[in-house]
Design a protein around this ligand. Structure first.
Ligand SMILES: [Ca+2]
Ligand SMILES: [Ca+2]
Length: 106
């Protein structure tokens, strides 16, 4: 008899790529979930985040972690982040939109 109770996913793994991306983003952006991070991402200090800025930030984080990825990978994460955060769809994440995103713990 074994004491091991290993829960295993039975059947095919659902192709839910979004979840994977979110987990990866969270794992690279642990650290203060605050406006401090926002100002770090906001390279030109205009209080809004462009796709380019977010992508730069992700690249830096992944490179810091020693796991650089290819361009399409970052593009998908950025698209996903903007899809969730950019409420008014102007292609920018304002500090207000960023806060909504950060407080969404689920
Ligand atoms: Ca900016
Ligand atoms: Ca916006």
């Amino acid at each position: 008899m074994s004491c091991k109770h290993v829960q295993r996913w039975k059947g095919p793994v659902p192709p839910n790529a979004t979840v994977v991306f979110e987990v990866e983003v969270l794992s690279v952006s642990r650290g203060p979930r605050s406006m401090e991070a926002f100002t770090q991402i906001d390279l030109d200090k205009d209080k809004t985040l462009t796709k380019a800025e977010v992508k730069e930030y992700l690249k830096l984080e992944y490179e810091k972690g020693g796991k650089p990825r290819d361009e399409p990978f970052y593009e998908k994460i950025v698209a996903d982040i903007f899809h969730k955060s950019d409420r008014d769809r102007d292609g920018l994440i304002s500090s207000k939109e960023y806060n909504i995103y950060e407080h969404d713990e689920l």
